[in-house]
Design a protein around this ligand. Structure first.
Ligand SMILES: [Zn+2]
Length: 103
């Protein structure tokens, strides 16, 4: 009996690419706004529900939307990332008109 092949079972789960990888590959753009430069990341959907600061409505899981954070955050990239916001794509596009209340 050959001893070198003890594994003809597949590993239980192939590692699934984490969402962050997809995010990193997805369209990430820098957009200038009235309140500075923003990194805008388009995502296909999350597992969580977020509240869109543009319309104050929920972004349901699985809904494509954008995540935005300040590219030139005064507190540094980590703080800016930490303070990122999830927006409906349309609300993000319209935020200039809406003049979102910040804080
Ligand atoms: Zn919205």
């Amino acid at each position: 009996m050959p001893s070198g092949r003890r594994s003809n079972r597949r590993p239980y789960g192939m590692p699934v690419a984490p969402l962050d990888v997809e995010r990193a590959r997805g369209g990430r753009t820098i957009e200038s706004g009235p309140d500075g430069e923003w990194v805008v990341q388009r995502v296909r959907g999350s597992e969580r529900t977020y509240r869109c600061p543009g319309c104050d409505q929920a972004i349901l899981p699985g809904t494509a939307h954008v995540v935005a954070w300040q590219a030139d955050g005064l507190l540094g990239q980590e703080a800016a990332l930490d303070a990122r916001r999830h927006w409906h794509a349309a609300c993000w596009a319209a935020r200039d008109r809406r003049r979102p209340t910040r804080r």
